[in-house]
Design a protein around this ligand. Structure first.
Ligand code: FAD
Length: 403
């Protein structure tokens, strides 16, 4: 089939989803202008797990090599009981069974490193224009294009179509889907990466092993893994607050963190003082929506499918979105048709992962008998048994619809 004539596509938001989308759309032969509200492009100082569906997508985007230069390929994913300190189960990410099933590596990376790899690929692409300091207030569309309006200026941007990758609190989604505010889970995360040599005792052995460690306990968990060639160690402590109040930050405090983790094993308690405290992240998601596309405006990443992080898939799904969107724009001459095809390919899978993430969080945070049963069930699985995770880690097959 003929390659569609180039469109002018605007992407709103320069996070991992927006940059990946800009790159994918440009590689499909279109012109992209990406607008980001912040004064400069940046990600936060914490880690990100990239399951093989994400490394597959990064390969499709041409940046897997750049990401692998700093990312770590952990040998194992280990679930520990946060109370007893015993190993519950593990997955061998270097086994023949893993490679046969997934082909692509399981990676862990610093967010800044992934973001920088995507940003420099966008900067190097002649069809991508990047603008910071532009906050989109609203969008208007008619049958032939979309007009974006910005805060604090009367200048506008017109495009043939718009991709809204403006994150969890997406303004464009609010106008288009109308499903209110994101849902707060009453859980909160404290996270950050620190020099690996600051880890001591048993923790330094875990860090040296380069495994992803998940310490699961009652209404709390701790995740740890190395990033940036192993030089930094990422830690994410997550717990449910008993003091949640909407419209206030006075819940999920450091004091509650100490309290919730007080009954954990020695190794977890030793890690506690080294967990970043400078900022807390209340954890939100939404119920899946079918309304990903409205004519010439499409949602992508957290704007489309914000999810709890328990399957570590939010960014992975944004990368899958970006690949699917680029493919669709490479096949259909009308952007609205391409967006409809994109949504058709992605909606169901992202929705399953959104709901699956909630469920896995509940399993992770079980107490008492529930936790005992969970541990027994997980322990019955061998380290090369990927049946439970395979549906998450395997990207949706590329659509084969002809234009
Ligand atoms: P964002 O990163 O939120 O980017 C949105 C961008 O849009 C921002 O740059 C913002 O400034 C800009 N913007 C917003 N509004 C406007 C506007 N009006 N005009 C212009 N620009 C605007 N995912 C994984 O895959 N693996 C993990 O291990 C993982 N761990 C996580 C751990 C925690 C504790 C949390 C909270 C999340 C985790 N996630 C993980 C999820 C992942 O972080 C997100 O899904 C992902 O970052 C979403 O990217 P995005 O580009 O869609 O949105």
């Amino acid at each position: 089939s003929l390659t569609p004539a180039p469109h002018r596509i605007a992407v709103v938001g320069g996070g991992i989803g927006g940059l990946a989308a800009a790159l994918s759309i440009a590689r499909a032969g279109h012109h992209v202008t990406l607008v980001e509200q912040a004064a400069r492009f940046a990600e936060i100082g914490a880690g990100l797990q990239l399951a093989p569906n994400a490394s597959h997508a990064l390969d499709d985007l041409g940046v897997l090599g750049a990401v692998r230069r700093t990312a770590v390929a952990p040998p194992r994913l280990v679930m520990m009981d946060a109370l007893s300190g015993d190993e519950v189960a593990s997955l061998d990410l270097r086994s023949a069974a893993y490679t046969r099933r997934f082909t692509y590596p399981y990676l862990v990376t610093h967010r800044t490193d992934l973001h920088a790899a995507l940003l420099s690929a966008c900067q190097e692409h002649p069809s991508v224009a990047l603008r910071t300091g532009h906050t989109v207030t609203h969008a208007e569309q008619d049958g032939s294009g979309v007009r974006l309006h910005f805060a604090g200026t009367s200048s506008e941007l017109t495009a043939d179509a718009v991709v809204a990758a403006d994150g969890l609190h997406s303004r464009l989604r609010r106008a288009l889907v109308g499903d209110g505010e994101p849902v707060c889970s009453r859980y909160v995360a404290f996270r950050g990466a620190l020099p690996t040599d600051r880890m001591t005792g048993r923790m330094s052995q875990h860090a040296a092993s380069e495994a992803v460690m998940v310490w699961a306990g009652p209404r709390m968990h701790l995740v740890q893994y190395p990033v940036r060639r192993g030089e930094l160690y990422n830690q994410v402590a997550v717990f449910e607050s008993d003091h949640y109040t909407p419209d206030s930050d006075a819940w999920g405090t450091e004091a509650e963190l100490e309290e919730r983790f007080a009954g954990t094993c020695r190794t977890v308690r030793d890690a506690l003082p080294l967990i970043a405290r400078d900022r807390r992240w209340p954890l939100f998601d939404r119920l899946p929506t079918d309304k990903w596309v409205h004519g010439r405006i499409a949602l992508l990443g957290d704007a489309a499918h914000p999810m709890l992080q328990y399957l570590a898939q939010g960014a992975c799904q944004a990368l899958e979105d970006a690949v699917a969107l680029g493919r669709a724009l490479g096949r259909f001459s009308d952007p609205a048709d391409a967006f409809a095809a994109y949504a058709g390919q992605r909606r169901e899978r992202a929705a399953r992962i959104q709901t699956g993430a909630r469920r896995f969080g509940e399993i992770c945070h079980l107490e008492g008998m529930g936790a005992t049963l969970r541990n027994a069930l997980f322990a019955s699985r061998g380290p090369d048994d990927f049946d439970d995770v395979s549906w998450v880690w395997t990207p949706a097959p590329a659509a084969v619809t002809a234009p």
